[in-house]
Design a protein around this ligand. Structure first.
Ligand code: ATP
Length: 353
């Protein structure tokens, strides 16, 4: 492991920001710390950076225990949400800064800075000042400034948080490209699931100062460890179901939950169904379906998002359908439709398989 935070805890007064958290980043991996606001992502990153001291636990780089080392001694690069470029320095000097501090020789500095500026296609902006750059350009400079001194590790805290959607997407591609080119072990904080999934090799999902799940984006999405992860990954429908005779029912509708259902306690359970796991049609021929009225359609995107109000259950159900199906059915707001689940997920302690 290149970076390992083991059993790290941190309190601010009475508040527990991190509770015995263990996170690894294998050498050369790009790891995302993903979680809602206040889950402890930044605190963990700052402890790994040496900007904050943990109350308990250790941080190691390769096998060196660096828990008590200062940020300066750790040879890490940082990229923050707010560019933090030096305003009074040109782009060239910003990128060169870390190299001058490390006493690189002038020709070597010039070569390195020019190489990196070329990589981000900003070589013609070397003499500009940060105020003369766009947000996306500033953040590209912040990335290469962090990479310039060839750090062992790069830590990024919501690096694209302040940028608009298009520039964010572009910069994700840059980050991934840099990562593939330089193989620097990278840890980045985001609350944006799509960003984490698109860029990272491995995702650490955090909540209330604890790790909920670690895995590849596919692992975490396809096999969420618990209800929190399922819910956090976005826009999931939650159905209040009843457990009866080994079946999971929403009214008379059988929810297709995998595995054998063992009833415990009250016999009720939340059942999670993602919008793409629902079928929608006009006739409800299968019988096993929820009746409802379309209250909103968002056709802008690679899937069409349909919101259906099911008065029988007092629920609003989100369904994703393909643009082709949307055209074929010619759906309109206010129409009656039938929604049937193809797959559904439940978590302990409501049932066991
Ligand atoms: P966000 O995405 O909003 O930045 P986060 O997951 O990065 O959230 P942290 O910034 O690590 O969360 O904060 C975790 C918790 O610790 C928050 O409730 C925050 O208010 C608290 N906290 C962080 N730093 C301090 C501090 N210096 N003093 C007191 N409380 C703090």
């Amino acid at each position: 492991m290149s970076i390992c935070a083991r059993n790290v805890s941190k309190r601010f007064g009475q508040f527990v920001a991190l509770d015995a958290v263990t996170v690894d980043a294998p050498t050369g991996a790009l790891v995302a710390l993903l979680g809602p606001s206040g889950s402890g992502k930044t605190t963990l990153l700052r402890i790994i950076a040496g900007l904050e001291v943990p109350d308990a636990g250790t941080v190691t780089y390769l096998d060196d225990d660096i828990t008590r080392q200062s940020a300066r001694e750790r040879n890490v690069g940082f990229v923050f949400q707010h560019y933090a470029l030096f305003r009074h320095m040109t782009v060239f000097e910003n990128v060169a800064f870390g190299l001058r501090v490390r006493h690189w020789k002038e020709p070597r500095i010039r070569d390195r800075v020019n190489e990196l500026l070329h990589l981000v296609r900003l070589e013609n902006m070397a003499d500009r000042y940060p105020s003369q750059l766009s947000g996306g350009q500033k953040q590209r400079i912040a990335l290469i400034r962090a990479l310039a001194p060839e750090p062992k590790v790069i830590l990024l805290d919501e690096p694209f948080g302040a940028l608009d959607a298009k520039v964010r997407t572009e910069l994700r591609t840059w980050l991934r490209r840099f990562h593939d080119e330089f193989h620097v072990t990278s840890l980045f904080v985001t609350h944006d699931q799509e960003e984490a999934f698109e860029v990272a090799d491995r995702v650490v999902v955090m909540n209330h100062g604890k790790v909920e799940q670690v895995g590849t984006p596919a692992d975490v999405f396809e096999r969420p460890a618990n209800a929190f992860v399922m819910d956090f990954l976005g826009n999931v429908n939650v159905f209040p179901a009843q457990l009866k005779d080994g079946r999971v029912l929403l009214g008379e509708i059988v929810m297709p939950v995998n595995g054998r259902v063992v009833e415990k306690g009250s016999g009720t359970a939340d059942v999670y169904v993602r919008p793409h796991e629902l079928d929608l049609d006009r006739t409800g021929t299968s019988g096993n379906c929820i009746r409802g009225k379309i209250i909103h359609i968002n056709p802008a995107g690679s899937v069409v998002k349909v919101r259906v109000r099911a008065d029988d259950f007092g629920l609003v159900v989100n369904v994703d359908i393909s643009p082709d199906k949307y055209k074929l059915l010619g759906l309109m707001t206010g129409e009656l439709v039938f929604v049937s689940p193809r797959a559904a997920t439940m978590f302990e302690p409501d049932y066991a398989i």
